[in-house]
Ligand binder design. Structure first.
Ligand code: SF4
Length: 388
């Protein structure tokens, strides 16, 4: 349970995670249940044609991946669910069902478990006296010690891990780590910290500096406070008294997200009861939105004229449908913008109603026809939901 919650909470707010966590734990309450489901599908995979879920090609273990992706849909960073499933399988099949119990082993042996997650599992579940550093801890520790260099720099991150490992309570490491993270989430907040209520304010250099104009003397002058220190604020960015403790932490200027354009086409046919059905295809198993489903889509080169966009999209669709698609038959619907953390993505949306049936080529990526209801229940990204 700690593992699942920590993986889901990476880059995601608690309020968003709660429902996903409950549904996941209901479906796979233990690591063995998840691993078992995965192994069962691997065994059944070779015989699951025709696929009961309507997939046009048979990848093993397609069903479980599908279920994981469906359950994860909307949570973002989809590879996390896949890694959880892989790691559960590894624990059961290679580690005799025994979870590694130290942060070092967890990080070394389990896919998708990084330094933070390993520290959280080891301290909370197994009582190892090891620290954790997440966004909240970074903020608290940078303020406690007036660390003003870029908080994402390796020198600062290494020092914060050292501090977290020294500070952690040997007798109750899990409680200590959760309390430190909670302090950052509730009192030592990014914009309006409640320093007056803070239980560690007497130890906080940033708070003292705000009150008295300077921090208490730093004990280790070899490490800090002298020119060229990798932890101190750059000389060009001195203490701003209007910001108080929120002078810390400091971050390097954010990179602007890259702009990208993708043409996408909603192919629509009438299903057996006359209701519309849409063709969705599965994305590759690695990279952005790995394994999710989408309308047939094609990245567009920068500056491509509208006419040319239609032509390249028509060629792309032809590969799916097996017959020529006339570019002018594609109806332009509009543009949908979706912001990923590092990409400003614009979908140029077309539609194409079809008469008669289309035989999908099983040699291509998995694809299937879905009703509107099935579409929303499928592992499709939020961006694709906006498109429909
Ligand atoms: S005193 Fe203020 S800045 Fe310092 S740790 Fe507490 S809440 Fe954060």
């Amino acid at each position: 349970a700690v593992w699942v919650s920590e993986i889901m909470l990476q880059q995601t707010q608690v309020a968003t995670v709660i429902d996903y966590y409950n549904r996941w734990m209901q479906k796979w309450p233990t690591l063995q249940a998840l691993a078992q489901a995965s192994l069962e599908v691997s065994v059944a995979g070779a015989g699951c044609s025709p696929c009961p879920r309507g997939f046009s090609s048979n990848t093993v273990p397609c069903l479980l991946e599908q279920e994981v992706n469906e359950l994860w849909a909307g949570l973002g960073y989809y590879s996390r669910g896949k890694r959880l499933q892989e790691a559960a399988r590894k624990v059961v099949s290679e580690l005799a069902g025994q979870m590694p119990r130290t942060a070092e082993d967890l990080q070394k042996l389990l896919p998708g478990v990084g330094r933070y997650t390993a520290g959280a599992i080891a301290s909370i579940s197994y009582g190892q006296a090891t620290g954790v550093v997440d966004g909240n801890v970074i903020r608290v520790l940078c303020r406690l010690r007036c660390i003003g260099a870029d908080s994402s720099s390796p020198a600062v991150i290494d020092r914060l891990w050292d501090m977290a490992n020294v500070l952690v309570d040997r007798s109750r490491p899990g409680d200590f780590n959760q309390a430190l993270m909670e302090l950052g989430a509730t009192l030592c907040t990014p914009k309006a910290p409640l320093c007056g209520e803070c239980p560690v304010k007497q130890h906080c250099q940033a708070w003292r500096r705000k009150l008295f104009g300077k921090p208490a003397p730093v004990p280790d002058v070899e490490d800090c406070g002298v020119g060229g220190c990798p932890l101190c604020p750059p000389a060009a960015e001195p203490w701003d008294s209007t910001l108080g403790v929120t002078n810390f932490p400091r971050k390097a200027a954010k990179k602007q997200p890259r702009a990208a354009r993708t043409a996408t086409c909603v192919l629509e046919r009438r299903g057996c009861h006359g209701a519309p059905e849409y063709l969705i295809v599965q994305r590759p198993s690695s990279g952005l939105l790995a394994g999710l489903w989408e309308f047939p889509s094609l990245p567009l080169a920068q500056g491509l004229q509208e006419e040319k966009q239609r032509e390249v999209l028509a060629d792309h669709l032809q590969a799916w449908m097996g017959w020529p698609v006339v570019a002018k038959d594609l109806r332009f619907i509009g543009e949908v913008v979706h912001i990923f953390s590092h990409i400003h993505q614009t979908y140029v949306v077309y539609s194409l109603p079809l008469d008669g049936d289309v035989t999908l080529d099983p040699a291509l990526s998995p694809s299937r026809w879905v009703t509107q209801e099935e579409f929303y229940a499928s592992a499709v990204s939020t961006a694709m939901k906006k498109v429909l």
